[in-house]
Write a protein of this length. Sequence first.
Length: 404
Amino acid sequence: MIAAYVYHGHGGETLRLLHLMQLEGVKPNEITFTSVISACANVAALEQGNQVHASIIKNGYIFYDKLANALVDMYSKCGKLGYARQMFDKMPQRDVVSWTTILAAYGKQGHGKEVVKLFEQMQMAGIRPNHVTFLTVLSACSHAGLLEEGLHYFHSMSQDNHNGILPTAEHYACVVDLLGRAGCLVEAHDVISKIPFEPTADIWGSLLGASRIHNNIELGECAAGHLFELDPHNAGHYVVMANIYAAAGKWEGVAMVRKIMKDRGVKKVPGCSWIEVNKISHVFSTGDRSHPKSEEIYAVLETLGTEMKELGYVADTNFELHDVEQQHKEHALCHHSEKLAIAFGLITTPPGSPIRIIKNLRMCGDCHSATKFISKISGREVVVRDSNRFHSFEGGLCSCGDYW
Ligand code: ZN
Ligand code: ZN
């Protein structure tokens, strides 16, 4: 039952069931704990994860392989890289999953150099990387801008007799992303043209994303053309393409994309952010006013907005699709779910304590820049785990170095 709730993403219910199970006198075993820990990881419920970790130790299951791997993953997904590393270092045996988990932990925090170092150690320890490991390493290189290293590992995975792993669509998507982020858009397009199978939506998606970062309309249109065929109901692609046009002031392009979306009945995926305060997860969607503390939240954002502007913050309205007046755009931007969750964190957690947020989509550029200002004004560390990686904001800077 617990596994079923985990599978369907209902983390909170899992913990209630574990509690009920213990009340009924049924002793959880290592499999129960593994499920519960992965639920905590998915919703980044650190306090609850800590509690379950304590019961695991009490019950003597701490060195059960799968459970130890799940704990490394849980601490990593809660942004606690130090704890994840401690768990990893203490494991009596490390298999390919343990190594891949710790590589992913460093990768998501943007520590690409450490990933490369650990990956070399892993191979020296005689553990053969599998295709997931390569994917993790490539993605880490991409997020840290390690172009040469990434390309080297990409070529080594199939060429070395050692590994002999044929790159899948996911690996290609990663290497296109790696090249694209680094500004090598033409090379990225070249890689796509040489793929021995029909390129997937993810691969074109990487090229589209890179075209957005580097404002390349031509390659953006090329990628979008494929995506609108391959993945016609994914609103994300339309929004990115519209943003490319918007950034270049091509409003007729924006209107065209919006018309295709409307004709096909494509709806935008709502952005949602989560924050755990006193062991309760609070969810916010864009412009959400359903939370009991809404009034205070919006008041805090209002005050912050004024202070931010004094420090030089300018709303980056490129990220708001609607070509309405400037003022309205700024208004829509300041109510993105991550800003609401951060404001809630500011009013409900003790001064000076870190604020941890999860977002279901990629963090938008404006929220990213606003959060830098908020970390400076409030003197708080703000950690945001978006669909791609971790951003750790402190004193006006982000750990990703604005490269994400
Ligand atoms: Zn935003
Ligand atoms: Zn960042």
